[in-house]
Design a protein around this ligand. Structure first.
Ligand SMILES: [Zn+2]
Length: 290
């Protein structure tokens, strides 16, 4: 009987040593997921020995960015860096909820929607003062001119081929985006591109100073304009919209506009998020959840 107790005690001590070694190994690699080691710990936990050693141990193997696997698009918690495109979609319920968080640009700053069919221009409260400052700077450099919106937040998508996105796939759902135009040059987007709109060239050069980026430049459009919108694994956007400006915050906007992660050339938001390690796979919104 004494021998049996001794064997049990010896086994328990060996298990305790193994568990403490596993925990020590995990602590040495705090930023990496190690599913195999976690599995071992779980097995030991099931066998009832966890109380001896790991009851107060902090969980140190959590990923740097928390991933919400209940959402189809985990980037929506990234606020001004959230990604919405044909691969990273949002639900109509999410869009409706997002609308309640936005502010009215006309009430706040007297910024007008140029096409009344688009309704009231709504945007995120952090982006709003920056958009107003950008318009004020444009006005200061162009006496007698101003900028209006040609839709900011949209509840539904627009199905008009390459230049538009279906409901759930549009950057306009994020609440950080406005199509902009100088009313002196009209607001018929998509018909004349840059030809008669010098304000878009100014915005391309200056918007990053206010935390905005030119979201869909030709270098990232990827192919002829007749093709359907398509986002590839490298960050091609599938869209070319010279009037479309998206708030991402001044730090990221500077890095995107100056091409910090794109050899000095203007970056796409998709490529930037991948190059900075935020998104591993631009084709899969469920990374880390499989
Ligand atoms: Zn747009």
């Amino acid at each position: 009987m004494k021998k049996l107790v001794a064997v049990i005690l010896l086994n328990a001590m060996l298990i305790a040593i193994i568990v403490s070694l596993i925990i020590k190994k995990n602590e040495e690699k705090p930023l990496e997921d190690s599913p195999e080691e976690e599995e071992k710990v779980l097995e030991l936990e099931k066998s009832g020995v966890e109380d001896m050693t790991i009851s107060d141990s902090p969980k140190t193997s959590a990923p740097a960015t928390p991933v919400d696997c209940s959402s189809a698009n985990y980037t929506t918690s990234w606020k001004s860096l959230m990604l919405i495109n044909p691969n990273f979609k949002v639900s109509t319920a999410w869009i409706a909820s997002r609308k309640t968080e936005l502010v009215n640009l006309t009430d706040l700053y007297g910024i007008n929607e140029l096409n009344h069919w688009n309704g009231i221009p709504l945007i995120d409260p952090e982006a709003a003062p920056n958009l107003n400052a950008m318009i004020k700077a444009y006005e200061a450099e162009h006496p007698g001119h101003t900028l209006g919106t040609v839709s900011c937040f949209r509840s539904v998508g627009t199905s008009c081929g390459r230049m538009c996105a279906a409901t759930g796939e549009s950057d306009h759902h994020a609440g950080y985006t406005c199509d902009l135009a100088d009313p002196a040059y009209g607001y018929a987007l998509g018909t004349d591109f840059n030809a008669n709109h010098p304000e878009w060239a100014w915005l391309h050069e200056n918007s990053y100073k206010f935390g905005f980026i030119d979201r869909f430049i030709p270098e990232w459009a990827g192919g002829p304009m007749s093709e359907p919108a398509n986002v590839d694994a490298n960050g091609t956007t599938g869209l070319y919209e010279t009037w479309h400006f998206r708030y991402v915050g001044t730090g990221p906007a500077y890095e995107i506009a100056t091409g910090k992660h794109n050899n000095g050339s203007y970056d796409s938001l998709e490529h930037y998020l991948k190059a900075t390690g935020r998104i591993k796979n631009l084709l899969s919104p469920n990374q880390g959840c499989e």
